[in-house]
Design a protein around this ligand. Structure first.
Ligand code: AMP
Length: 217
């Protein structure tokens, strides 16, 4: 099992680009944000614990997220490349991931940093729409559905994420700068960092990401 870590601020396109790549066999897309929202939707004990953190745009405690990630990694078929979207997000999480992978004989193959300006991501997040049924991500201008407000795939009315409001976006950016950005140096020091231009269209980002992943031995 190889792991590819997708790093980048909220709205850099990690989830959308990973979903494009994961349409191909051999890839498994693990979005911790999506797994956490799933727990909230299902109103599990874990979901109830998580809710106040996510509503405020703050990070969920490391141990809780690591538990979810380990459960998902354990279920992965052999030979799968895991696209980790949104994890790790703190140095502690990165160390937890390293310790877990060492135990299982797996490794972080590379870390792709999706680079884009903060102004651009704010615009993207404010226009983002998600299908509550099949989880497909759209954007009011960049990736518009064929019929406004309706999912192309399953016909469900699209929704805006609860944390895609101006105030919460500001908080999430701040959290990214303070807690997640130090991971850039952490992975650069280990020779794992690859920079991917995420300022253009989603298809361009997905193509650039695929090129990096294909370089894995
Ligand atoms: P995302 O869907 O990746 O934008 O994540 C949405 C929210 O889920 C974040 O603002 C956090 O509250 C929470 N979250 C997702 N991944 C993590 C993580 N690795 N560590 C802590 N909180 C997370």
């Amino acid at each position: 099992m190889d792991v590819v870590v997708l790093l980048g601020p909220p709205g850099s396109g990690k989830g959308t680009a990973a979903a494009v790549l994961a349409r191909e066999p051999g890839f498994f897309h693990l979005s911790t944000g999506e797994a956490l929202r799933g727990a909230i939707r299902e109103n599990t004990a874990r979901g109830r614990l998580i809710l106040p953190f996510m509503e405020g745009g703050r990070l969920v405690p490391d141990a809780l997220v690591a538990e979810i990630v380990e459960e998902c990694l354990e279920q992965g078929p052999p030979g799968t490349i895991f696209l980790l979207d949104g994890f790790p997000r703190t140095l502690t999480q990165a160390e937890m991931l390293d310790a877990y992978l060492e135990k299982t004989g797996a490794r972080v193959g590379c870390v792709c940093l999706l680079e884009v300006s903060f102004d651009t991501v704010a615009q993207r997040l404010l226009g983002r729409l998600t299908c509550p049924n099949c989880r497909t991500i759209y954007h009011q201008q960049r990736l518009a559905p064929r019929v406004a407000g309706i999912c192309d795939g399953c016909g469900t009315p699209l929704e805006q994420r609860d944390d895609d409001t101006e105030a919460t976006i500001r908080e999430r950016m701040q959290v990214y700068r303070e807690q997640t950005e130090p991971l850039v140096a952490y992975y650069a020091e280990r020779g794992l960092l690859r920079r991917v231009d995420a300022s253009e269209e989603i298809a361009d980002t997905a193509r650039a990401l695929k090129a990096e992943v294909e370089r894995l031995a």
